[in-house]
Design a protein around this ligand. Structure first.
Ligand code: PG9
Length: 631
């Protein structure tokens, strides 16, 4: 055209050489696109507008809406690759939905990325902790209300989904839900940040989450991890001293979110008032809900089973609530689920779930003429047997106690000795690493798969005690949440206790050498000793006195084949994932001083009055356990 105009002798205005080359708005031309992508600002009841992206295939009519409310950048979620294809611009996990007429909606929560308003990390519901008129429940309500009135291609039915933080916002939408909200699929939701999700586990602080604060709150847009001088988090955190000293060293106390966390080290009313399982448990369940979590969820293993426990009694006919556990890392359900670390599964388990379960579940609730779908009350992937299983309840196993016994063995019989314990020395100057050093928390594949990483590096340390069974004579299936019942003493006045239930693979495997001798964590968890009398009543431990520590390990369906062995490991640090317990009682561990960090002699008790054991939900109960363990 330019040449033609020049040839015709017509003068055209030239672009001035010094016109800045960056700064003019650019909108990619998507004339050939198979999709419509609309950006809108949806007004909330307080006037704040939330940035929302609506994506659908061209020609969509009567489409159900699938909504995600996120802190992870709605614009980026809807522009994965520059492309004219809907399946390229949206995450892989949306494929089955948008290619079958769903309208996909992503929204930045208030205050993040392109949305207006204030961002408050895991904003509490309106009430004592939140005197404003808005929260994630009202924002979900107002958003759904706007969508069903303004998206002309929709059929007026909405479902909400998302993993982790968006799992939390999915659950929040269930508090006083909008009538158009017809189903919810919260994945790995953050439910209680103190008991077992992101920030603490049973009171032990997950200090590596501090990177998350700079990433999420140092700026409205995505920030960077903490600017520290080395990549080995083990060395870095050890050099800093306490988590509080690390925070001060890098100026993280400028961030209100970090300060709030550090002002509430115990399970006080601030945490209790935000516990979403308890909040939802106090309300009617009206929206069909499918809770999803990974068996090896390294961030939010607590939330989904806890909400299931709180809501299940309300689901009288087993029609409204489902629990799904797959062989996944945190959020792994939305990616390729054919492997995790060295483990391989029977095909892409993430796709299998999304295509064969989630999609028909949503169709049945959002589409008038959809086939009815008999949603499984409990759907779990049996690791080790490589099959999906449907059950009416979770757990399907019956409790069998597995006792820590003489000579570092495991037994189905309670110990008879009058007084017996195994000792080790826990030294905060040499904490047990959670993965072999150097520990690089920015290594995402490492972090994603660490819960299936080989625990041999720990069982060979002198500050870890390991109890192991004989090779199983028959397969043993664990379905549910094992419960650690540890009787333990310390020579100090505070202590951490880590209990790991492990599947030990046979020593030889020439077909799959990567599995030979593998010590695979079935479920592993930590408990901070100062809370033995109650999560809101920290107190010093009495040196030498064995206390009983009871805590749940994550939910699993795990089949341990014949020939494998069971192992239980106990240790007193898990660094740098958890901050070190100084082993001297101090009012607030965030501010422990170097003199407080002392070596302690730890005792794991295994006698008639202090029978340390794991209560394991075994399919087939005592008889099946006896057939496998033979004693
Ligand atoms: N586990 C992350 C998170 C959720 C909620 C609060 C803070 C962190 C996440 O992956 O979203």
């Amino acid at each position: 055209l330019v040449t033609a105009l020049l040839m015709a002798g017509t003068a055209t205005a030239q672009t001035a050489t010094m016109t800045p080359d960056i700064g003019t708005p650019f909108n990619a031309v998507t004339a050939e696109a198979d999709y419509i992508r609309r950006e809108v600002m949806i007004p909330m009841r307080d006037g704040v507008k939330l940035y929302t992206v609506i994506v659908m295939k061209k020609g969509t009519q009567d489409g159900p809406i699938l909504l995600t409310r996120t802190v992870y950048n709605a614009a980026r979620n809807t522009s994965r690759n520059p492309s004219q294809q809907i399946t390229e611009i949206l995450p892989v996990s949306d494929r089955e939905f948008v290619t079958d007429g769903y309208i996909r909606v992503y929204q930045d929560v208030r205050g993040r990325n392109k949305s207006e308003g204030d961002y408050v990390m895991t904003r509490p519901l309106k009430g004592p902790l939140n005197p404003t008129p808005v929260d994630h429940s009202t924002d979900a309500y107002d958003t759904i209300d706007w969508l069903v009135k303004n998206v002309k291609e929709s059929n007026g039915n909405v479902a909400i989904t998302g993993s982790s933080y968006p799992g939390f916002t999915s659950l929040m939408a269930l508090v006083d839900p909008h009538p158009a909200l017809k189903a919810a699929v919260p994945m790995s939701p953050m439910v209680d940040g103190w008991i077992g999700d992101d920030w603490f586990h049973n009171g032990a602080f997950r200090q590596t989450m501090l990177d998350y604060f700079t990433g999420q709150t140092a700026s409205k847009n995505d920030g960077d991890p903490v600017a520290m001088g080395r990549r080995d988090y083990y060395a870095e955190y050890l050099a800093a001293g306490s988590a509080g000293a690390y925070v001060e060293k890098y100026g993280l106390d400028q961030l209100p979110g970090v300060r709030k966390l550090m002002e509430h080290p115990a399970y006080d009313s601030w945490w209790q008032g935000q516990a979403l399982d308890k909040i939802l448990g106090g309300r009617p369940l009206t929206v069909p809900t499918m809770l999803v979590v990974g068996q090896w969820d390294q961030e939010d293993s607590y939330g989904a089973p806890a909400v299931y426990r709180a809501l299940e009694p309300k689901d009288k006919d087993n029609k409204l609530l489902s629990l799904v556990i797959g062989p996944w890392r945190h959020s792994g359900v939305n990616y390729d689920g054919s492997s995790l670390g060295v483990l391989r599964f029977a095909g892409d388990t993430g796709l299998q779930f999304r295509r064969d379960v989630m999609k028909p579940f949503l169709d049945s609730h959002l589409r008038a003429n959809a086939k009815p779908f008999d949603a499984p009350p409990v759907l779990t992937y049996a690791v080790g047997a490589d099959r999906w299983e449907r059950h009416d309840r979770f757990p399907a196993g019956e409790t069998v106690n597995l006792y820590l016994d003489d000579r570092f063995s495991l037994s189905l019989n309670a110990p008879a000795a009058k007084s017996a314990h195994d000792d080790y020395v826990s030294d905060p100057a040499h904490p047990v690493p959670f993965v072999p050093v150097p520990v690089n928390m920015r290594d995402r594949p490492m972090w994603g798969a660490w819960l299936v990483s080989d625990q041999r590096h720990a069982s060979t340390r002198p500050d870890v005690v390991a109890y192991v069974s004989a090779p199983l004579q028959a397969p043993l299936q664990i379905h549910g949440q094992p419960e650690a019942n540890l009787f333990a003493s310390t020579s100090g006045t505070d202590s951490d206790w880590v209990v790991k239930l492990i599947d030990v693979f046979p020593e030889e495997n020439s077909d799959k050498p990567e599995l030979a001798g593998l010590q695979l964590g079935i479920g592993m968890e930590i408990f901070r000793g100062r809370y033995v009398k109650g999560f809101d009543t920290p107190g010093p431990l009495t040196p030498g006195k064995a206390e009983r520590y009871r805590f749940l390990l994550p939910g699993v369906n795990h089949v341990i084949p014949a020939g494998h062995r069971l192992m239980v490991q106990v240790q007193s640090s898990w660094f740098p994932l958890y901050d070190r317990n100084p082993q001297t009682f101090v009012p607030n561990i965030f501010h422990a001083q170097s003199k407080d960090y002392v070596k302690a002699t730890q005792g794991v008790w295994r006698d008639a009055v202090r029978p340390s054991h794991i209560a394991i939900p075994v399919v087939g109960g005592a008889a099946a356990a006896k057939a496998a363990l033979g004693n």
